[in-house]
Write a new protein. Structure first.
Length: 74
């Protein structure tokens, strides 16, 4: 299935916001469809649980409540 241009831009904006969230050093492993899926974020120094909640808030604020956030130290 191909996303509409509007969905594609919204997804890019969301991932851009995740990428600059405090504590996130890298976003990888993105598998998203219809407000569901998984995304992995790499953290260098911050608390993993705190960063996970920050990232989940970004997705939730944009309708992505079904996104599973995997946070790893890198």
């Amino acid at each position: 299935m191909i996303n509409s241009p509007e969905k594609e831009y919204a997804l890019r904006d969301t991932l851009g916001e995740v990428g600059v969230a405090p504590g996130v050093s890298l976003v990888e492993g993105v598998r998203l469809w219809d407000a569901q899926g998984t995304v992995r974020v790499v953290v260098r120094k911050d608390d993993l649980g705190v960063v996970r909640e920050r990232v989940k808030r970004v997705f939730s604020s944009r309708g992505g409540e079904g996104v599973c956030v995997d946070v790893v130290r890198g």
